[in-house]
Design a protein around this ligand. Structure first.
Ligand code: F0G
Length: 435
């Protein structure tokens, strides 16, 4: 069976050619997903083949996404693939973070090691390949910063024109800098993420621009491989929990779909439980999960959080996200600005750090272990979605004790490590070092 696009809504499930430029189901407006038959062959053989590809010098094999190309068969051939060697991100043990989170052990899958510093690269190599296959010249996205950085890089590498739309004054400097450096036409729009998304969907249609927001089902296909790579790195031992931050809910949709497919194809025997963590001021998915009526999501009109990556009040992929959380027996948690800030500093002290949104994972784990939802002895993989250098301003404020919550309340900077200004005086410095 060639790949098709299918409506995600159970009551519709209409199917469309994979080359049709649609972002929602033309019949019912539902979300779309790529569907295929199971790859041919035996799971043990695929596992061996994927492992062997790690020693190959072929660009496709070196990509931590395209190495698993049997799982993402939406292309007819690989002519249009541009890879920056995305994926290949490490699994890192972090005893200090485990202790903080109330766990015996924790493993971070650190997506910040990607070429543009976030998990978006896993999806973008697929989204841009599809754009090229469709003959698009221009691609666009609305972003809280990481999608735009990634799209700018991959589109420019592919010779396409990237156009990005970001909420003015609401993305971190590192991310804006990347978009400019990678050559994207950059519009800083005076509206929030959700408002800009509505605007850009209109513009994309009018100007014939291919949209690469996470509503794009091909990006979701690429992000699926984060789970395949994680399991490959663990010799296919399934963790009890996979914990990730939630914003627009593309990533949880991708992880859930990827894991379900791996199980259906016989690569794993069970699903890990998915735990999604949101920032308290921007937690519509948490509210939905807690509601007795889960048939519609109540958007947060004025989302607030210093974790700007997940400052999204109307997450577009909520039906998929909800399906994946419930199918996996997972949970949704929310955490305060203070909890994110402290968890982030702890992850920094582990020697790798992450951006604020990513730290919501450890903050959420601390709450979930305290509540007894996650057992101390559980096997937990937390996904750090973005690199520590994405938001240096936040870090500087935290360590100099000047970080305020969005409502202006000063945050306690418990783990602050402020720089010391000193004259070029050896005696003085030795004294400061306690000698
Ligand atoms: N973590 C980081 C670092 C992100 O950039 C995002 C989303 C998320 C978590 C949430 O992932 O949306 O799939 O639930 N960033 C998007 C962007 C919205 O535009 O870069 P999600």
């Amino acid at each position: 069976m060639p790949a098709e696009l299918a409506c995600f809504e159970e009551r519709c499930r209409a199917r469309f050619p994979v080359t049709e430029i649609i972002y929602n189901c033309p019949r019912c407006g539902g979300l779309l997903e790529a569907v295929y038959a199971a790859p041919e062959g035996h799971p043990a053989d695929w596992k061996r083949m994927w492992r062997d590809r790690r020693t190959s010098n072929a660009p496709l094999d070196q990509s931590g996404v395209w190495r698993y190309r049997e799982l993402i068969g939406f292309l007819d051939d690989f002519r249009h693939v541009v890879t920056l060697r995305e994926g290949n991100t490490p699994l890192l043990d972090a005893p200090r973070a485990a202790q903080y989170g109330g766990l015996d052990r924790i493993t971070f899958k650190h997506q910040g090691f990607n070429p543009t510093g976030s998990f978006k690269d896993n999806g973008m190599t697929c989204g841009v390949a599809q754009a090229m296959r469709l003959g698009a010249r221009r691609v666009a996205c609305v972003s809280t910063g990481n999608t735009s950085a990634s799209m700018a890089a991959y589109a420019s590498a592919a010779g396409l024109d990237p156009v990005i739309f970001i909420p003015h004054g609401n993305i971190s400097f590192g991310k804006l800098a990347q978009a400019l450096e990678y050559g994207a036409r950059t519009f800083q729009v005076e509206a929030n993420f959700d408002q800009i998304l509505a605007l850009v969907r209109q513009l994309a249609e009018r100007l014939g621009i291919y949209l690469l927001n996470s509503i794009n089902p091909f990006r979701i296909e690429g992000q699926k491989t984060i789970m395949a790579e994680m399991l490959d790195q663990r010799d296919w031992r399934v963790p009890d929990w996979v914990v990730l931050p939630g914003g627009n809910l593309g990533n949880v949709s991708a992880f859930g779909k990827g894991l379900r497919e791996l199980k259906a194809f016989g690569l794993i025997g069970r699903l890990p439980r998915l735990a999604v963590v949101q920032a308290e001021g921007s937690a519509p998915f948490y509210d939905l999960y807690r509601a007795t009526d889960r048939s519609h999501l109540n958007a947060v009109t004025h989302p607030e959080t210093l974790a700007t990556a997940i400052k999204i009040g109307d997450p577009i992929s909520w039906p998929k996200g909800l399906h994946e959380v419930t199918t996996s027996g997972g949970v949704v948690e929310k955490v305060t600005e203070q909890e994110i800030a402290d968890a982030k500093a702890v992850i920094g002290r582990c020697g790798f750090g992450c951006e604020p949104a990513s730290a919501a994972t450890l903050a959420g784990i601390r709450k979930l272990t305290a509540a007894g939802t996650i057992a101390a002895g559980a096997d937990v993989v937390a996904v750090l979605t973005g690199n520590v250098l994405k938001d240096p301003d936040y870090i500087h404020r935290y360590h100099t004790g000047t970080l305020n919550a969005p409502d202006g309340t000063p945050l306690r900077c418990t783990f602050a490590n402020p720089p010391v200004v000193v004259s070029a005086d050896a005696e003085r410095i030795a004294a400061l070092l306690g000698n």
